[in-house]
Design a protein around this ligand. Structure first.
Ligand SMILES: C[S@@+](CC[C@H](N)C(=O)[O-])C[C@H]1O[C@@H](n2cnc3c(N)ncnc32)[C@H](O)[C@@H]1O
Length: 470
């Protein structure tokens, strides 16, 4: 039975009646199917200490693991220390991990010193989620030295989430801040500036933690005319070096959105095959290793008519193995600079007024599939659609922030930044694209009366400015 029908049949009134009369609850549950029992158990809400345990204890032998887990969850609400042995029994012996985890959580919820040795013992469990629940229960007693010592032993636990929690809670380790600047500030010499030159050189002169958001689409290995690398390895090394620096100059807990897609290098003749390079999948492990925390993958979908047709052969012969789908997607990989602070902390660094002005109040895409047609430019062969930049900027920055694109191309990110009351810092090595950026940004600057505030400079001038730090 689906939940909509269930919610009509088992309304709030019936739930209240069953809850207040444990005998009725027991007999009701006896004759119901699994879906109904689960529904009722999910809706029981608060249970006071002293509540009758029988109807829930009866369900602990049920064959359905979800029913056993939910019964434990409800029993935990009663906060009755006499249930400790029941919880221990199910924490150690139930065949379902869900029931075991719920039981460990229930032991923790008792917040009773008697549970300490049991929780310490559970720290050795093979299931990291059981260990995590045991840690949660023990953190209440972390002022006690024996508990602290036991938790400290987990600093070398193989599971990364456990290590992180222990680091934060027991050791109080925080990632070092290298900058004095606040989250909503940035060095003025970067403001609305385009530097003509190689980003590998330029980026070294940017102070630590200067940038609030980076959105970029790097060269597509050797698939386009502006990128020549001796090997794929050299290409990945190059990106790795640049993105390490992007990490250094990004503020704590702020975002990096990387647009890439697998590319194809065509075959040299019919006797050879073409080669496909899975760029996003190869860059991802490098990014994580340097400290970027993976947050989301957004798929940018283009219309099929706008991409290269790879189907002509298969359409004719229909032979398996030779299928070649048209590549209508690119990835937007979303990362956050490592921090032990929550997103809320980042938001709280901004004034109420700035947060209010930055709210995304219009309709927005709720899924991670963004359907946006590509843009074709008269000078550049691979430009961002403005809409793509608009969305990234609105979702991942506040008004007044500094947006960085190390591979600026025609400077679309800069234009979007100005339109949305943000600032930009761009680097681009090809002079023909620098001219295009000037043309486009000046148009935009005129619109906002900001032309005088746009800076187009070369590498030498940038070094001078960075030394003056104006
Ligand atoms: C995919 S395009 C970016 C297009 C851009 N998103 C736009 O909207 O126009 C990559 C750009 O990176 C530039 N580039 C490649 N290597 C670079 C380097 N070492 N330093 C700065 N720019 C570089 C290329 O000239 C190219 O314009």
């Amino acid at each position: 039975m689906n939940r909509a029908i269930l919610s009509k049949q088992i309304n709030g009134e019936l739930i209240d009646h069953l809850k207040n009369d444990p005998k009725s609850l027991s007999s009701f549950l006896q004759y119901q199917n699994d879906g109904t029992i689960i529904y009722v158990l999910e809706k029981l809400g608060r249970l006071e200490n002293g509540y009758s345990r029988e109807p829930l204890l009866n369900l602990l032998n049920h064959l359905n693991e979800n029913i056993r887990a939910l019964s434990i969850k409800n029993l935990a609400k009663i906060e009755d220390i006499s249930l400790l042995s029941t919880f221990v029994k199910y924490a150690s012996a139930d065949e379902s991990t869900a029931v075991r985890r719920e039981s460990v959580s229930a032991i923790g919820r008792l917040r009773n010193e008697k549970a300490i040795p049991i929780l310490i013992n559970l720290l050795k469990d093979d299931d990291p989620k059981v260990v995590m629940q045991a840690i949660r229960g023990l953190l209440v007693f972390s002022y006690r030295s024996e508990v602290k010592n036991e938790l400290r032993k987990l600093l070398n636990h193989p599971n990364e989430l456990i290590k992180e929690v222990i680091n934060k809670e027991v050791n109080g380790i925080q990632h070092k801040l290298n900058s004095q600047q606040k989250q909503d500030e940035f060095p003025t010499f970067l403001k609305n500036t385009v530097v003509h030159g190689d980003v590998q050189e330029i980026i070294k002169y940017i102070p630590d933690e200067s940038i609030q958001l980076t959105f970029t689409s790097p060269p597509y290995y050797n698939a386009r005319d502006y990128s020549i690398y001796q090997s794929y390895e050299e290409y990945l090394n190059f990106l790795e070096q640049v993105f390490k620096e992007v990490y250094r100059i990004t503020k704590e807990g702020r975002f990096f959105v990387l647009n890439t897609s697998p590319i194809i290098i065509p075959r040299i003749s019919r006797a050879h095959s073409s080669k496909r390079y899975p760029i996003p999948y190869d860059i991802h492990p490098l990014l994580v290793k340097m400290g970027w925390e993976f947050i989301d993958d957004i798929v940018w979908v283009k219309s099929e008519a706008s991409v290269k047709n790879r189907n002509a052969g298969f359409l004719q012969h229909r032979k398996p193995l030779a299928y070649k789908p048209n590549a209508v997607t690119e990835m937007l990989m979303v990362y956050r600079k490592k921090t032990d602070k929550l997103i809320d902390w980042n938001i709280k660094q901004y004034s109420w007024d700035k947060v209010k002005k930055s709210k995304v109040l219009e309709d927005y895409e709720t899924s991670n599939v963004w359907r946006i047609d590509p843009t074709f430019d008269k000078v550049h062969t691979a430009v961002f659609p403005l809409e793509l930049c608009n969305r990234v900027i609105k979702f991942y920055s506040f008004v007044g922030d500094l947006m960085f694109d190390p591979f600026a191309g025609s400077g679309t990110l800069g234009r979007a930044a100005l339109n949305l009351n943000r600032n930009f810092f761009l680097t681009e090595k090809e002079s023909k694209y620098i001219n295009r950026i000037k043309e486009e940004l000046n148009k935009c600057g005129n619109l906002f009366n900001q032309v005088s505030q746009l800076n187009f400079i070369d590498f030498e001038k940038f070094i001078t400015l960075s030394r003056e730090k104006i």
